[in-house]
Design a protein. Structure first.
Length: 283
């Protein structure tokens, strides 16, 4: 049975990281600041996503982040969006410099929606690079493809260093329930993105709205999902908290609620998931 451990993401704090231009904080979240959040919450893993991009970071800055995490016993994971050959190669190199073992990738970007055949070709092209660094690539379910298509994608690539990041909520956009997502994706799981949600009538009473909730307070059967993934995943994996919280009327209220949700969610998840990896520190 696979083991898992708890982590936070730059998407645990989307508003602090500045995703809403109308409520951008004067001092947005930094890579070192996210490590500090993990230490304060007593979790052992941090995953940087595309809302905190590393594209233009120098080697010296990457070395500083790696050393800062090592000193605090925090395992790092990276993330990127838009898996063109050049960007994927760049993020593999960034990940290697940081000493991480898992790079999470979203295939698409605003100006890049490749067909499955192209994704398979691009990933196969970087397999020697992944092997050289001992780096796992996890492709996340994210809106355009069905869960079975992600599973087909990984089966076609056919390499143990390429798997899937199972997001518990993203596939609602393709109208797939979590049981269907798990059926296809769990056998390839290398990371689990946990976020909770609720479905309510819109304010007008016409239509439905899907909105985020702190973990354990919404519709997501998180214990059931974790049990399934631990049985079916091919290897140990991180369980990383993300948030779909809506913004509040003011920036101060938004950041306060975001912090509160992170604390509540981690407190809940710590009942289900060990806070730290089996081996502490960086590889």
């Amino acid at each position: 049975m696979a083991q898992t451990w708890l982590g936070i993401s730059s998407f645990t704090y989307p508003f602090l990281s500045g995703v809403n231009p109308a409520q951008r904080p004067a001092q947005p979240l930094t890579p070192l600041g996210l490590i500090d959040k993990a230490v304060a919450l007593d979790v052992g893993c941090v995953q940087y996503s595309h809302n905190l991009p590393f594209d233009d970071f120098s080697d010296a800055t990457l070395d500083e982040i790696r050393a800062y995490a090592q000193e605090r016993g925090i395992l790092l994971e990276t993330g990127m969006k838009g898996m063109t050959p050049a960007r994927l190669e760049r993020y593999i190199d960034i990940s290697a410099r940081l000493g991480v073992s898992m790079l999470r990738g979203i295939t698409d970007a605003a100006d890049y929606e490749p067909p499955m055949e192209e994704i398979v070709r691009v990933v196969r092209g970087v397999l020697p690079r992944l092997e050289r660094h001992g780096l796992t690539l996890g492709i996340e379910n994210h809106d355009r493809f069905l869960a079975r298509e992600y599973a087909e994608m990984i089966a076609q690539i056919g390499h143990p260093l390429v798997g899937l990041v199972v997001d518990s909520t993203n596939s609602l956009s393709t109208e797939e329930p979590i049981d269907e997502v798990l059926q296809y994706m769990a056998p390839y799981c290398v990371c689990f993105h946990v976020k909770d949600y609720t479905i309510q009538r819109s304010n007008s009473g016409v239509g439905l709205a899907i909105t985020g909730m702190p973990a354990g307070q919404g519709r997501q059967p998180i214990p059931k999902i974790l049990d399934y993934l631990k049985r079916e995943a091919p290897r140990d994996f991180s369980t990383v908290l993300e948030s779909w919280m809506a913004c509040c009327p003011t920036l101060e209220q938004t950041l306060s609620q975001e912090e509160d949700w992170a604390n509540q969610s981690v407190a809940y998840l710590r009942q289900l998931v060990p806070a730290h990896p089996p081996r502490s520190g960086q590889p």
